[in-house]
Design a binder for this molecule. Structure first.
Ligand code: COS
Length: 383
């Protein structure tokens, strides 16, 4: 549904206030404890953050892609760990069901995901299948009215907290993408276990771990889509949307880091004046603003195209590639503007520097986005 612009503005204002008043003051605590406090999670549920993108018919707010990226520009302006907690329910943990699931699956799972009563997760990556996702080895063998899954999934976001997993697994010996199907697997399924939470460089409070399937039996009705063999396409469609969302979050984070760098530069005095008066510092601030603006225009354009029902696979990759690399450059400049203080945890900017590094890796590395873009060009994508 397209909200009228006044309602959308109210929503963005509410999220902006929530970020500044509730989330920003808890950033350091989350980094130190590696946990999102229970009261913050409850507040996120209360204002509907788990169901931003799930259609209203299934209990969510049903934001369009443009509305979603505008909200993400705001949500991105705090530690990415907060966004990560709601990210899978609004993104990779629900989109597969929404795009290709049966009506029964949608009715059963989406309202609970929208309410935050269930946490969703997305299992594509494996120890030997990262960028080359179609080489995944996890199998799902049909056995009467069930499938039996075997294999290991790696670095799975929100897996330690998840109640349901969208799992890509091989249902036939067909090589590559065509042998892969997608399933909804519940946490309590016999034969499903979790590895130890990964120790990460940043984004503390957002958790990942292995998800292990050992003769894990699930009802055959948990197959997403009516036929086997289309699960890889489901995963790619999920990532097309997810990549636009990550691009928007990276823009939010870049805005926050620029704001912090600007505030510091205007306050910090050297050689008798605020360092913001020095042109070499001004260049860093100006370059950051310019690149943020370019990324914002790009993401909004791609989001509008998706809302028009157009295929945005290439645009989503362009946006994710540019916005996340841009965010890395802005983070580097923000640390530079802070000087020695940029290396000290008390100032927070070093935490952002660590946190945003992940943007260039997950949901497809920058190099995979380049591959997708170049292949599109070779197939005749409009230049
Ligand atoms: N939407 C719909 N279908 C798509 C698609 C998309 N965006 N992208 C690919 N497909 C289809 C192709 O059309 C092809 O179908 P046909 O065989 O019917 O023609 C099939 O999927 C296989 O595509 P392709 O041949 O391009 O697969 P490749 O193995 O060459 O790999 C890349 C494609 C590299 C793009 C893919 O593996 C990828 O995105 N890797 C990164 C994975 C990733 O992002 N991991 C992050 C972890 S998940 S958070």
């Amino acid at each position: 549904m397209i909200r009228d612009s006044e309602t959308q503005t109210l929503l963005e204002d509410a999220i902006r206030r929530f970020v500044r008043e509730t989330l920003v003051p808890r950033e350091a605590e989350v980094d130190e404890t590696d946990q999102i406090p229970a009261d913050v999670l409850a507040a996120m549920r209360e204002i509907g953050l788990f169901g931003l993108t799930i259609p209203e018919a299934y209990g969510g707010l049903g934001l369009t892609m443009e509305e979603e990226v505008r909200v993400a520009f705001e949500l991105g302006q705090t530690s990415p760990a907060f966004r990560s907690v709601i990210g899978t329910n609004n993104g990779i943990g629900s989109i597969g069901i929404l795009l290709d699931g049966s009506e029964e699956q949608k009715q059963h799972y989406l309202p609970k995901l929208a309410a935050g009563d269930l946490i969703g997760s997305f299992c594509l990556t494996e120890p030997d299948a990262g960028s080359d996702a179609a080489s995944l080895k996890t199998t799902a063998r049909r056995d009467g009215d069930h499938y039996v899954l075997n294999g290991t999934k790696r670095f799975i976001t929100n897996a330690p907290e998840a109640d349901i997993f969208t799992v890509m697994a091989r249902t036939s010996d067909a090589k590559g993408a065509s042998g892969i199907s997608a399933f909804i697997v519940e946490r309590e399924s016999p034969g499903l276990s979790l590895g130890k939470p990964d120790k990460k460089m940043g984004q503390r409070g957002a958790h990942t771990c292995d998800v292990i399937f050992e003769n894990c039996r699930i009802p055959a009705t948990q197959l997403i889509g009516s036929v086997e063999g289309v699960g890889f396409k489901t995963a790619m469609k999920v990532l097309d949307k997810g990549r636009l969302h990550i691009a928007a979050i990276a823009i939010g984070a870049a805005k926050r880091m620029l704001r912090d760098a600007l505030a510091y530069a205007m306050e910090r005095k050297q050689f008798g004046q605020p360092i913001a008066e020095f042109q070499l510092v001004q260049a860093m601030l100006a370059d950051s603003k310019t690149e943020i603006y370019a990324a914002e225009c790009m993401v909004l354009d791609a989001a509008r195209r998706r809302d028009e029902g157009r295929d945005v696979s290439i645009e989503a990759s362009c946006a994710k590639y540019f916005a996340t690399e841009m965010c890395g450059r802005v983070a580097d400049r923000a640390v530079q503007v802070h000087g020695g203080a940029g290396y000290i945890s008390e100032y927070g900017i070093e935490r952002f520097y660590r946190d945003v590094r992940l943007f260039r890796l997950y949901e497809g590395t920058s190099q995979i986005q380049q591959v997708i873009i170049a292949r599109g060009l070779m197939r005749g994508t409009e230049i």
